[in-house]
Design a protein around this ligand. Structure first.
Ligand code: SF4
Length: 203
């Protein structure tokens, strides 16, 4: 008899909430937050996720069970930086639930997994791996400085033409809202993304 491979991932948390940001804002979603990130954004609000060794390993089987129990419309794989892991074992099992699977990633590692929607949020602190660009459905750039707008423009030139393009103010940088507002008024191909879960004071 061939032993069945038991694949596990370091998990920071799983939770049922709404998608707070981007194109799918307001959508009922079950989140799987994977541990591990080596991008090290200074303003990161998930720093506890960086060291994957601090988080318990949970099997794919258990993760599928938890996901199935939640009455969510979509499943969101996030982090940390989820692509630090091979996501094929996880997504191939989640697919069997028949729900749409979304990925939130900086693209800093080679692309893996089967997704229905890829939200790509590249960071200057560790530029993306080239394998991500063809898979992008939504580009979401966090804006803290005018230089971040230049980064947004350069990244938007590498993604599919029909991808949604969002600029999102860095939560603790007040002037970032003005930067984005003015830029979107002059550049209608971009739209604003706000972290609505923070306004609603939910996860
Ligand atoms: S890529 Fe995401 S998890 Fe990693 S440091 Fe940046 S904001 Fe934090």
């Amino acid at each position: 008899m061939i032993a069945k491979e038991i694949k596990t991932y370091p998990i920071v948390e799983t939770f049922h909430s709404i998608q707070g940001e981007g194109y799918w804002t307001g959508t009922n979603a079950f989140f799987i937050r994977l541990g591990g990130c080596d991008v090290y954004c200074p303003w990161c609000d998930q720093k506890e996720s960086w060291n994957q060794s601090l988080h318990p390993h949970i099997s794919v089987t258990k993760l599928v069970e938890k996901t199935e129990l939640a009455n969510s419309k979509i499943i969101i794989i996030t982090g940390g930086e989820p692509l630090i892991h091979n996501l094929f074992p996880l997504t191939s099992e989640l697919k069997k639930l028949g729900k749409k699977i979304h990925l939130e990633t900086s693209g800093a590692h080679p692309f893996s997994g089967e997704f229905d929607w890829v939200t790509f949020s590249p960071k200057t602190f560790k530029p993306p791996h080239e394998s991500i660009y063809n898979f992008v459905n939504e580009l979401k750039i966090v804006i803290a400085t005018p230089e971040d707008l230049e980064w947004a423009i350069s990244q938007s030139q590498k993604i599919p033409k029909d991808a949604v393009k969002c600029l999102q103010p860095e939560w603790n940088t007040p002037h970032s809202k003005d930067l984005i507002f003015n830029y979107v008024l002059e550049n209608p191909q971009w739209r604003v993304s706000l972290q609505t879960h923070k306004y609603m004071e939910v996860r």
